[in-house]
Write a protein that binds this ligand. Structure first.
Ligand SMILES: Nc1ncnc2c1ncn2[C@@H]1O[C@H](COP(=O)(O)OP(=O)(O)OP(=O)(O)O)[C@@H](O)[C@H]1O
Length: 259
């Protein structure tokens, strides 16, 4: 299911403002890639271009290519809705649909895609998705209760189950633990490590220990100054980035000298 992503010469704009410049990188399947860097360097903006969520903002556009297994997501005949099915996203704050039951939350993406699904297939999909998200045993006896009745960490795992249920190839996570306590954070990190055997995972994180714990590859982004675009400084194996990065700016950032 996992797929490789190749980004080439990507420039990302909000209207006339170039927020991110000249990004090129390969993101490997069945691995976790972390994006780190100071606030405003464009990590979230870049992440959102990987499933065409960026362009839902009026005036926002990109130049360059993002190819998933060789197919440019920005090709003329590519349907952005199909892209978002293939490349799922989990956000900073858990956002289950509050009035929907746990079960209906898991199925929400599938229903949005207008897929007809029998009752027994739906029940199977709910169980498989919740099991994959390490949530099944905690909720199996209350599948009809509202998703909003779960703890923050459980809600985030529910959102991951909802993302998985549409069978994406890639999972994008934008600071998925920033609203969670340390125990829930560890549960999500364990889950990320399990999911990488099936998915290509990209995670934005402010937490460098988290990047070091969960990711195989780390990309460091930086900003030359206010009003300047963010740029990719380097991407390498996570161990290398945290022990012997090539660039001084990376060294300064990871050793806490700025950002
Ligand atoms: N909707 C928007 N409209 C206009 N500019 C935006 C929008 N969202 C982000 N930006 C700008 O794009 C640049 C990159 O922002 P982005 O949120 O991607 O950075 P980030 O590295 O994820 O930051 P943080 O770590 O603080 O979340 C910033 O200058 C920001 O002000």
């Amino acid at each position: 299911m996992a797929q490789r992503i190749d980004v080439k010469d990507l420039n990302i704009y909000y209207g006339d403002f170039k927020a991110v410049a000249d990004v090129g990188m390969a993101i490997e399947p069945r691995s976790v890639t972390a994006f780190i860097g100071p606030s405003g360097c464009g990590k979230s903006t870049f992440l959102r271009t990987l499933n065409r969520m960026h362009e839902v903002i009026p005036g926002a556009h990109v130049e360059g290519t993002v190819a998933v297994d060789g197919v440019d997501l920005y090709g003329a005949d590519v349907d952005p809705v199909a892209v978002r099915r293939q490349v799922g996203m989990v956000f900073q704050r858990p956002n289950p649909f509050p009035t929907m039951s746990i079960e209906e939350n898991v199925l929400a993406g599938v229903r949005l895609n207008n897929k007809r699904i029998s009752k027994s297939d739906a029940a199977d999909l709910v169980e498989v998705s919740l099991r994959s998200a390490n949530l099944w045993t905690e909720v199996k006896d209350r599948l009809n209760r509202p998703g909003s009745g779960l703890s923050g960490g459980q809600q985030q795992r529910l959102c991951i189950a909802r993302a998985i249920a549409v069978k994406p190839q890639v999972l994008l996570m934008d600071e998925p633990c920033s609203a969670l306590d340390p125990i829930s954070t560890l549960a999500i990190e364990d889950l990320i490590s399990e999911l990488k055997s099936a998915y290509t995972i990209v995670i934005v994180t402010h937490n460098m220990q988290q990047a070091a714990r969960v990711s195989d590859r780390t990309a460091f982004f930086n900003l030359a100054g206010v009003g300047q675009p963010g740029r990719l400084v380097e991407i390498d194996d996570t161990g290398t980035i945290f022990s012997s990065p090539r660039e001084q700016a990376t060294e300064d950032y990871i050793s806490g000298r700025f950002g």
